[in-house]
Design a protein around this ligand. Structure first.
Ligand code: 9MR
Length: 458
């Protein structure tokens, strides 16, 4: 008896649920251009057989930073943790804590690790640079360093930047302490010692300003050619790719191809694209186009293994410290919000790049951010950016999940019905040019929480 009553009640609830689902389904079908968001970058990259990596700081691998690093990237490079001064600050005293943490994190997240770096003129311990060594002593110290460090991570690292930045801009050898003690063959020796310590790691020479065809990259090309002819173990070249906004070398793909044709892999190892701050919508749109150009060049060449960004967030980037007035160089802003560059990377890897809304074919995206918020109010803005496409009019829709209400908007006509907001361009800003963007703003009210909604561009 009791059971029957419950059963009939349950049937009623199910019927009501079915009605609701049918009604909701109708609404969803009618909703304008509702596209599924792309999967994480690492899934897109894996489908193309490419690496999408990031440099990381071990001490930051918690919270949102760790979530994004683990979710979006399939390779990690320690930004500083494996450098000589980090691992052996005084002779014979090793500190592997940060490097271990990064390698452990990578393994827990199914990620590769790129070791960085063994032989470099910078970030060496004082005991090494300040010592007075015979060539034989120095050679033994370098061999011991490489054997110890590569050996520690034997079998766990996919690749090593064995030698970093060996050339001057004119293609001559940099007069580093390694060159000065051992002569130019320090490069071949370092590669040979690294191979002996971990036969499975891919061994690279890594440098900057070698992305396009120029004197420096030609010197690298000639070195790799001669190393291969001599039978010295060399598997790839790393093109660091620390670029300036709007200045991606036009010969990037051609240069990648010539190294590939030589029989080595090519990795973009330290990509960032700096701009003068503050960032504007136009600069961020240009940056997106620049990221896309770099990604596309790598995707186009089979032996380009992939791209690593030198920090994925502007809050973890070397640029502001080294280039006064510059910043905003990475795909996520300082608050971990993806920038247009993030969506451009997704598009180059075969995604729609629309982040959950918009037409997958139009190359334009809408990004929502909270600019400021106080007790019960907030100011938000949405930027519509185009890279590889343009718009003559636009409409942006989103649905609030926490009861927020728009009270006032500018540079767009916005209406709110229930939780759903719909904003279309004003008479004067419907045009979004290729590589350009338009921003509109609004004030609203909130209580409890003010989560960022997913926006759809129509
Ligand atoms: O990102 C690194 C930064 O935290 C250090 O302060 C800096 C010191 O030179 O090195 C940065 O990384 C460099 C990398 O190891 C080699 N290529 C150039 C990078 C930027 O300087």
């Amino acid at each position: 008896m009791r059971l029957t009553r419950w059963a009939s009640l349950f049937t009623g609830v199910v019927a009501l649920g079915a009605l609701l689902v049918a009604a909701l389904g109708a609404v969803l079908v009618a909703a304008p251009s509702a596209h599924a968001a792309d999967p994480p970058l690492r899934d897109l990259a894996a489908a193309k057989g490419k690496i999408i990596g990031t440099a990381v700081t071990g001490g930051k691998l918690t919270g949102t930073y760790a979530d994004i690093a683990g979710r979006e990237f399939n390779s990690l490079t320690p930004g500083n943790a494996m450098k000589w001064e980090s691992v052996e600050p005084s002779r014979g005293t090793y500190n592997w804590a940060e490097a271990d943490r990064i390698v452990d994190f990578a393994e827990a997240h199914g990620q590769q690790v790129r070791g960085h770096t063994l032989v470099w003129h910078s970030q060496n311990p004082g005991w090494l640079t300040g010592g007075s060594w015979t060539p034989a002593q120095f050679s033994a110290i370098v061999q011991d360093h490489i054997t110890t460090e590569v050996g520690r991570y034997k079998g766990r690292l996919a690749a090593w930047d064995v030698v970093n930045e060996p050339f001057n801009e004119d293609g001559t050898y940099r007069q580093s302490l390694f060159y000065n003690h051992l002569g130019p063959d320090y490069i071949a020796q370092a590669l040979t010692w690294a191979r002996a310590a971990d036969p499975d790691a891919k061994l690279y020479i890594n440098d900057y300003n070698v992305e396009g065809v120029n004197a420096k990259s030609t010197a690298l090309y000639n070195l790799v050619k001669s190393l291969k002819e001599r039978g010295v173990p060399i598997d790839g070249v790393g093109l660091q790719a620390h670029f300036i906004l709007g200045q991606i070398p036009s010969t990037l793909q051609q240069n990648i191809q010539r190294f590939a044709d030589l029989g080595v892999d090519v990795a973009i190892t330290e990509l960032d694209i700096r701009m003068q701050v503050p960032a504007t919508d136009a600069k961020l749109a240009q940056q997106a186009a620049d990221y896309k150009a770099v990604m596309n060049a790598c995707v186009a060449v089979a032996r380009c293994t992939g791209v690593t960004v030198w920090g994925f967030t502007d809050s973890d980037s070397w640029i502001p410290d080294f280039f006064e007035g510059y910043g905003a160089a990475t795909p996520y802003d300082e608050n971990f919000a993806p920038k247009p560059a993030y969506y451009a990377i997704a598009q180059s890897l075969g995604g729609t790049g629309d982040g959950g809304g918009g037409d997958p074919t139009d190359g334009c995206t809408a990004t929502y951010r909270v600019v400021n918020q106080w007790n019960t109010g907030f100011t938000g803005e949405v930027t519509v950016s185009c890279a590889g496409a343009s718009l003559s009019s636009w409409n942006v829709n989103w649905t609030y999940g926490a009861g927020q209400r728009i009270t006032q908007a500018w540079n767009a006509n916005c209406t709110q019905s229930g939780a759903t907001v719909s904003c279309s361009n004003a008479s004067y800003n419907g045009a979004v040019p290729n590589g350009g963007s338009v921003t509109f703003g609004f004030n609203g009210s909130w209580s409890g929480s003010n989560p960022v909604p997913t926006v759809a561009l129509g």
